[in-house]
Design a protein around this ligand. Structure first.
Ligand SMILES: Cc1ncc(COP(=O)(O)O)c(C=O)c1O
Length: 403
């Protein structure tokens, strides 16, 4: 098809015309999807190797999730938490069981789960730990990504995320990721929490050194500090286990979950912790009109049930091994580094060859969607329903653009 017969260029121009330029999307206009594949308005198909930044772990339109959503749409969609609805307890109970915690508090976006965690940790600090009023600090890591609210970007180390959005929320200390000595030095009597991603996704799928996460757990326990694990991107099967922390046998004081929890259908996030922590909240202190709504709870309960089968974790582990083996084979052939776990890889392309953006554009021309992050780094995170041959197809396209 000649270019001026395509619908895509005008649709891209229209999208740019009518919105703020807070994203720089690839020029692909998607109109339908199923499983690991999406189709654009010109009928071209692409293997989705981003999966909505891991919000689509179960693929596009997983039949069980879609059926649940349809059923719930036909019955009840929203009540607000002014009333109880019949999907609420089931969801909280089953997610608590998956997390091994006593309580769950649902919200909508990942950033809201992070905000919940920060508020709960501060209140816990004042009411349980005995930190003097207004003095609570939370230790975070260099290179973190926890969302886009003004408080969260206050402790970002990414100038694009942070600059020109001040004044900033105080009360955060930033330490190098993976450095236990620096973390130990940053903790003092006013520290209420350490907030970390077990694997830093936006930073380029950075896996900390072995022993770091158990070390964080130990330090937090010794110093009476809460370990808040942001598993919004790393959790729910992405790395080959239910949570990325499972690889090192670590349990945090609070899980922060989002993205895949909504099954790629609705935004659902939650924090999960024991009563000793989440029990500090009282009516009127925190909430959200849409948080824990019936549609969200119905879909997310089905997500929890899919995860409870273990099938997706197993697929991620097995197919992840295949993906990493073939990506590692490209080191020296256009790639300079490969990181990650399960079906999640950060790959650094030799910067003398092309930028990450150029790589993504070339991959898209060959039917593979991926997303660059800083410089010449790409993230690959296909849906966990991807087939082995489809992964091989993606790696073949990558090899072609690098050669
Ligand atoms: C680790 C982590 N935390 C929090 C968030 C924020 O989630 P949301 O975009 O749903 O607010 C993200 C989003 O990419 C993330 O990767």
């Amino acid at each position: 098809m000649v270019d001026d017969m395509l619908l895509t260029p005008e649709a891209v121009r229209d999208a740019e015309r009518w919105t703020a330029h807070n994203y720089h999307p690839l020029p692909v206009v998607i109109s339908s999807a199923e499983g690991a594949w999406v189709t654009d308005i010109d009928g071209r198909r692409y293997l989705d190797c981003l999966a909505g930044y891991s919000a689509l772990n179960f693929g596009h339109r997983h039949p069980r999730l879609i059926a649940t959503a349809h059923e719930q749409l036909d019955r009840l969609t929203l009540t607000s938490r002014a009333f109880v609805h019949d999907q609420f307890a089931t969801f909280c109970h089953e997610l608590a069981d998956l997390c091994g915690t006593e309580l769950v508090l649902p919200m909508n976006t990942g950033a809201e789960a992070v905000e919940t965690a920060i508020k709960v940790a501060r209140k816990w600090g004042y009411q349980v730990k005995g930190v003097p009023a207004g003095k609570a600090t939370i230790v975070v890591a260099d290179g973190n990504f926890h969302g886009r609210t003004t408080t969260i970007i206050s402790f970002s180390t990414d100038p694009d995320a942070r600059n020109d959005f001040g004044p900033y929320t105080p009360g955060f200390k930033i330490v190098p990721y993976g450095d236990l000595t620096a973390l130990a030095e940053a903790i003092d009597e006013n520290t209420v929490a350490v907030l970390l991603e077990p694997i830093q996704g936006e930073q380029g799928v950075v896996v900390p050194p072995a022993g770091y996460l158990p070390g964080v757990r130990q330090l937090c326990t010794e110093q009476n500090v809460l370990f808040l694990a942001d598993e919004i991107q790393s959790g729910l099967g992405r790395t080959g286990t239910t949570f990325a922390l499972d690889h090192e046998g670590v349990r945090p004081d609070m899980y922060l979950l989002g993205k895949a929890l909504g099954g790629g259908i609705v935004p659902v996030s939650a924090v999960a912790a024991d009563k000793s922590v989440l029990g500090v909240l009282r009516p009127g202190e925190h909430g959200s009109t849409f948080g824990g709504n019936p549609l969200a709870c119905a879909v997310a309960t089905e997500v929890v049930r899919l995860l409870a089968t273990g099938e997706f974790q197993r697929r991620s582990a097995e197919l992840g091994a295949r993906l990493h083996a073939s990506l590692n084979g490209l080191i020296g052939e256009g790639l300079v580094a490969v990181r990650g776990r399960g079906l999640w890889a950060g790959i650094d392309i030799d910067p003398s060859l092309m930028t990450g953006r150029q790589a993504c554009e070339r991959l898209a021309e060959r039917g593979v969607l991926a997303k660059d992050t800083h410089g010449s780094t790409l993230r690959l995170a296909p849906p966990l329903v991807v087939e082995p041959e489809e992964l091989d197809f993606a790696v073949t396209q990558l090899r072609e653009i690098l050669s």
